[in-house]
Design a protein around this ligand. Structure first.
Ligand code: NDP
Length: 300
């Protein structure tokens, strides 16, 4: 899955999709049932609509049934909660995700908190995050983007156990769960964030065998931050002006790709690195959940 020292996220994601399709086909053959994912979207944000379309298409490609609720910007919180409750009770739905951000008048925590823990394919429920943090406990679901980072490391044969890892960023959806996952896989983990002085973040990263960059800051991690041979997993997707593109912009990561590539043992490109993994893990999480319900390990 590497071209030189560049990790091919698209190829790893394709492999995960293929494995997921095989699991779905097996469930269908044995039990006559397939996993189902429900995607709830509120409002007309173009980027959210695109993500939801991509998620539904990815489901269809592997044989997962996709359910949707497309609510207008004006939907009330009670209406959104009623939709979630409906999917919680629907035995054909094994995963529920609410596309974020929600319109401002809706309480995000209340909506996410209403999703059944057994159907929390995004892994954002406090119970799933808590289990991720605890020794000897396993969550039912792990957040897709950070788990995608781990799968990239594993499938590229990059050792984690006993290695020094630095996570740049501590958000609930990427940085924090990434640090918990690395800790669970026996790395020695440091987290740097917006209050870490930049020179200190650089010095700490320079000691790392693995850097996960998830700060949402274009090209923050420079070549001088990277220890020769280290792995750089770049989660960032930042639009920057580019007059040579018809759109007028292009996407760059949180790491300076060319500089870091010159020193790193392995690096993910943006796009084509972590990005494709997020959806691949989402459908894998859904298939795993479907398996638990269909085989009777978990009940609605
Ligand atoms: P957030 O903005 O929620 O969090 C950013 C984190 O980075 C915060 O913890 C913040 O610290 C920290 N941070 C900000 N500036 C610095 C700095 N200069 N040095 C160190 N840490 C800093 O972003 P997300 O976690 O949601 O996303 C991070 C990036 O990943 C974004 O570019 C986003 O677009 C991308 N992304 C990509 C996905 C994919 O599938 N490829 C999926 C999700 C996100 P503090 O806590 O102190 O505020």
């Amino acid at each position: 899955f590497m071209n030189g020292n560049v990790i091919d996220g698209k190829a790893v994601a394709a492999k995960i999709r293929e494995e997921t399709a095989a699991k779905v086909a097996e469930l269908k053959a044995k039990f006559g049932k397939v996993p189902g994912l429900a995607v709830v979207i509120v409002g007309e944000r173009k980027d959210s609509q695109t993500y939801v379309r991509m998620k539904k298409k990815a489901c269809e490609e592997v044989g997962i049934a996709s359910f949707g609720a497309d609510l207008p910007d004006t939907a009330t919180q009670d209406e959104v909660l009623a939709v979630v409750a409906g999917f919680n009770a629907n035995p054909d739905v094994h995963g529920i995700l609410v596309q974020l951000p929600l319109p401002k008048h809706i309480d995000e925590q209340a909506v996410l908190g209403a999703i059944s823990v057994e159907k929390d394919v995004d892994g954002f429920q406090p119970l799933n995050i808590g289990r991720l943090a605890m020794k000897g406990r396993e969550p039912l679901f792990t957040p897709c983007t950070p788990l995608g980072c781990m799968v990239l490391l594993e499938r590229c044969g990059i050792p984690i156990k006993g290695k020094r890892a630095v996570v740049v960023g501590r958000s609930n959806i990427v940085g924090m769960p990434a640090a918990l996952l690395l800790n669970k896989r026996d790395a020695t983990v440091t987290v740097v964030h917006s209050a870490t002085p930049k020179a200190e973040a650089e010095a700490i990263c320079l000691q790392a065998d693995i850097i996960i960059a998830a700060a949402g800051q274009a090209q923050l991690v420079r070549g001088s931050w990277v220890k020769p041979g280290a792995a750089v997993i770049d989660v960032g997707t930042n639009p920057i002006d580019d007059k040579t593109k018809a759109s007028g912009y292009r996407l760059v990561g949180d790491a300076h790709f060319e500089e870091c590539k010159a020193v790193a043992g392995a690096i993910t490109p943006v796009p084509g690195g972590v990005g494709p993994m997020t959806i691949a893990i989402l459908i894998r999480n859904t298939a795993d959940s479907g398996e638990r319900f269909i085989t009777g390990a978990v009940k609605v």
